[in-house]
Design a protein. Sequence first.
Length: 251
Amino acid sequence: MTLSQSILERQLSRPFKYFDQVDSTNDVAKAWLAAGAPEGAVVIANAQTRGRGRQGRSWRTPPNAALALSIILKPAKAHLSRLNMVAALSVYDLAAEVGCEELGIKWPNDVEINGRKVCGILPEALWEGGRLAGAVLGIGVNVRVDFKRSPLSGTAISLEDMVERRLDRAQLSASLLRRSKQWYEQIGAPVLHKTWKSRLTTLNRAVAVDGVAGVAVDALPDGSLLIRDDSGRIHQAGSGELYAHSDDEGR
Ligand code: BTN
């Protein structure tokens, strides 16, 4: 079944905006947040023409093949960096619910199946004169994106590749939003970090983050990664994006 305004109206009990095609749900959600959207409101699209990924990369959302949504949230500033955990755990639970196995989270927020990426997460904060106005939590899930002839074929995967049946994207969206609400309610609780850390596949592995190479030795409650380099020095890496749009005061 395809996504539509009326199908989503039956599934969702929160304010939402649906677009058959949009540039980026994160951009629409940020504009809605700036215009006064309530917490929990969500922007959903069937396709994105300029979907954005981490570190300035683009994110592909072809029509009828994926989930692309951005949730508007108003967390405390101290909890901003834990939005990655909220989203990664929600997608992990969703993938498990539909029957996927061999799931893991690659730091900071890539949910993978057998080491291949099934979703992308882009949390972004909105600052107004040094005050945190809120955040948007952008989530893209590959449901039936065809990677066979793509350069990403070895590194990306879709849910339907694993479950070999047709999945309903409206139901998946509703379930993902329910799960993200539940995890968001735990944003300050130890269980959020504990569960995320227990599902990370990155620990005790060789990593290279922002020019620092070494072994990942721990993942802290603020979401940062501790890396021990060859000389035994410990470096702390944050995931960055949340501060990309802040002004100097907000940093
Ligand atoms: C990544 O690079 O892994 C993050 C990709 C995030 C993609 C999602 S799709 C919904 C939302 N809108 C965007 O433009 N990006 C995020």
